[in-house]
Design a binder for this molecule. Structure first.
Ligand code: SAM
Ligand code: SF4
Length: 327
């Protein structure tokens, strides 16, 4: 079957699958009051349901899978999910985004299961600021886990930091020290407005261009954009082993290179993080002989994908916070 393409010629080799909406952190911009399950909430997809979903997506050309959440490591069968995903023919890159709280404990188990890329969310290298943002004083152990991943030779190790005005937007010197000798990528992400964080967004949103101007002034150079690049603008500097990526969802043309689809923990297909609807795939994940129906259903929906998001107009779609959709 030919790979999936939308009305704008974009292809989707990349799936971001949330495996659980729950989280053990309470990041100020995401779940400031912690995770609370909705009454009568459906259970997350089971391992057999996930396996069928992945088979369907690989038939449509998906080869990169990112496991996310909520916090994926809260799920007890995470290692089984990774092992199963790694064994699905066609999946060549198996990544996970995590807050890193269980990284030092489970790194080797996850790598043995087939994980080959990890993004760890570290919003500040300052212990007190980190604790204020996430609600947990866990920075040292998380950074230890990151160093373990680098030492173990995990092929891709990146950190994510959400830029927050007056909270962590003046901390470039600490990041530069960190990056001098570490072969690691740090991606600074512009805060996005979601259904629940409007006043926080107004108080703390800062354009990533401000940081980019600072980088250029420090001699960092922007790398040419690869044809299959994700949304980050990548910077490097000859004196630093690490790299810096900038993810600026409010910048022009951010959606032009969109190459990803999302599925929520309960099996709803989301064509865009900020879309107005989800398409329930779960009924098509109940037996192995439904894979062709699943493939047809996904293929039939792709024409509904919009050219871009409407965040500039304050339209956040049905996403109350990114933990609900898989950020
Ligand atoms: N719990 C995991 C973690 O924090 O890495 C995975 C899920 S989290 C929703 C995925 C990523 O989305 C994290 O890097 C987080 O910082 C980012 N994120 C969450 N809410 C965001 C927002 N409103 N704007 C920008 N990034 C956000
Ligand atoms: Fe949890 Fe990740 Fe949201 Fe923080 S950003 S509350 S770690 S889901």
């Amino acid at each position: 079957m030919s790979p999936l393409a939308d009305r704008y010629g974009r292809r989707f080799p990349y799936l971001r699958l949330s495996i659980i909406p729950a989280c053990n952190f309470r990041c100020t911009y995401c779940l400031p009051h912690g995770y609370h399950a909705e009454a009568n909430a459906a259970a997350p997809l089971s391992l057999p349901e996930i396996t069928r979903l992945l088979r369907g997506f690989t038939e449509l050309g998906m080869h990169k899978l990112r496991i996310t959440g909520g916090e994926p490591s809260v799920r007890k069968d995470l290692t089984d999910i990774l092992r199963t995903a790694a064994a699905v023919p066609g999946i060549t890159k198996l990544a996970m985004t995590t807050n890193g709280t269980l990284l030092s404990r489970h790194l080797h188990e996850w790598m043995d299961a087939g994980l080959n890329a990890i993004n760890v969310s570290v919003d500040s290298l300052d212990r007190a600021a980190f604790a204020r943002i996430t609600g947990h004083d866990r920075l040292d152990d998380i950074l230890h886990g990151v160093d373990m991943a680098l030492a173990a030779g995990l092929p891709s190790v990146k950190l994510n930091a959400v830029l927050l005005r007056d909270v962590n937007d003046q901390q470039l010197p600490a990041w530069l020290d960190y990056l001098r000798d570490r072969r690691i990528g740090v991606r600074f992400i512009e805060l996005m407005q979601t259904g629940d964080n409007l006043s926080f967004f107004h108080d703390h949103h800062v354009r990533a261009e401000t940081l980019e101007a600072e980088l250029l002034a420090h001699g960092w150079q922007v790398l040419p954009r690869a044809a299959d690049a994700g949304p980050a603008r990548e910077y490097r500097h000859p004196d630093y082993a690490g790299r810096i990526g900038i993810i600026a969802p409010y910048s022009k043309d951010f959606c032009t290179g969109c190459n990803r689809l999302r599925v929520t923990a309960t099996g709803d297909l989301r064509l865009c993080l900020f879309g107005e609807f989800g398409i329930p795939l779960r009924p098509l994940l109940q037996s192995d002989d439904q894979v062709e129906d699943l493939v047809r259903a996904i293929g039939g929906q792709i024409g509904r994908k919009e050219q871009g998001h409407f965040l500039h107009e304050g339209r956040t779609g049905i996403t109350p916070h990114l933990a609900s959709t898989g950020g």
